[in-house]
Design a protein around this ligand. Structure first.
Ligand code: PLP
Length: 379
């Protein structure tokens, strides 16, 4: 089965009660049991829900894993994942992760005696040198948010296996349509389903996919115990969004290549970060491990003042956090998604004050280009 067919049919059967082709939204907190110890596979909705189950099976099929788990947000999924660890454990993570993950690692999980090293995971030597005797997990984003760095999936996976560490990839930017980390030997994939998977900027969700039975049983236990589960309505919204993922991603890909090339030639733009450009330092690696470059671009306008006047003048591109929806969104990482990171650390990882992040939508590309052109003229 090809990807688009799977996105529409994998794990999805017409409802046996009335034959409705769409998965029903099972709005219930509990399930009536036939007798003590006898039920239809569901007992209490925090533990499991039939709508959520379909989504969990579907994302597992799309990522090529055995088990899927759905959460209330990407951060709920990621927090549950870190609950696999114990006090005294250490995590090596990409220095360029989503700001919320950095905040969780640096200011919350430290209270539970978990230690994080945020390092440049594009360099495998740096990853190796950062691993300590108490390291238990390597957590990467590729491409990273917002500087679009690419980490070598097979290299990290092989090293993690050798050292018996859990390797985790946040696949939010690429989606399973463009990249399947499990195929490269990565242990766990995590998603903010809020972004491309849903694709319409109208829900929050998080997903985890993996193969190892012992770890997935542990995660199921943590999911029901911590309780940050995805609601049945959100699961239905996500299922609905995923059905058009392939067609949306094809358009995001095409539009982003066009916009990245336009920005790269523009004299007001100092630098463009997009793995689809041959000038990107890991362009060849991106070609190898991705089936397209996605819809995310960041670019540097040289100063905070330039970024401010540009952002004030965009019309079609909406100034907003988040990404992956059908509409083009534009943001300023230093003051928005990554404001928690200190100015020194931001500078060290390439998040300059002039950096602007663009989530290229699926509108007519000429309209996006015109909007950017007009706003750039005022810089
Ligand atoms: C790459 C990435 N991972 C995780 C998250 C967190 O997801 P959520 O906002 O659904 O909690 C985000 C949010 O922007 C993100 O961009």
């Amino acid at each position: 089965m090809g990807f688009s067919t799977k996105a529409i049919h994998a794990a999805i059967e017409p409802d046996p009660t009335y034959g409705s082709i769409m998965t029903p939204i099972h709005l219930t907190s509990t399930y009536v049991q036939q007798e003590l110890g006898k039920n239809k596979g569901y007992e209490y909705a925090r533990v499991s829900n039939p709508t959520r189950t379909v989504l969990e099976r579907q994302i597992a099929a799309l990522e090529g894993g055995n088990e899927g788990l759905a959460f209330a947000s990407g951060m709920a999924a990621i927090s549950t994942l870190f609950a696999l660890l114990k006090s005294g454990d250490h995590v090596v993570a990409s220095h360029n992760v989503y700001g919320g993950v950095y905040r969780l690692g640096q200011s919350i999980l430290t209270n539970f005696n978990l230690d994080f090293s945020f390092v440049d995971t594009t360099d495998l030597d740096t990853v190796r040198k950062s691993v300590r005797p108490n390291t238990r997990m390597i957590y990467i984003e590729t491409p990273t948010n917002p500087t679009m760095e690419i980490t070598h999936l097979a290299g990290v996976a092989a090293y993690a296996k050798k050292k018996k560490l859990i390797s985790v990839v946040d696949n939010t930017f690429a989606t399973p349509y463009l990249q399947n980390p499990l195929e490269f030997g990565i242990d766990v994939v995590v998603h903010s389903a809020t972004k491309y998977l849903n694709g319409h900027s109208d829900m929050l969700g998080g997903l985890i996919v993996l193969n190892d039975k012992e770890t997935s049983e542990r995660l199921r236990f943590l999911q029901k115990s911590i309780g940050g589960i995805m609601s049945p309505f959100e699961a239905w919204m996500c299922l609905r969004g995923i059905k058009t993922l392939a067609v949306r991603m094809d358009r995001h890909n095409r539009n982003a290549v066009d916009i990245a090339e336009f920005l790269a030639k523009h004299r007001k733009v100092k630098k463009v970060n997009f793995p689809g450009l041959v000038s990107h330092p890991q362009h060849r690696l991106a070609r190898k491990q991705m089936r397209g470059f996605g819809g995310m671009i960041s670019f540097d306008l040289g100063s905070l003042d330039n970024a401010k006047s540009f952002l004030k003048r965009v019309r079609l591109c909406a100034l907003a956090e988040s990404l992956g929806g059908v509409e083009t969104l534009i943001s300023h990482p230093a003051t928005m998604t990554h404001s928690f990171i200190s100015p020194e650390q931001r500078k060290a990882i390439g998040i300059t004050d002039g950096l602007v992040r663009l989530s290229v939508g699926i509108e007519d590309v000429e309209d996006i280009r015109e909007d950017l052109k007009r706003a750039l003229a005022a810089v």
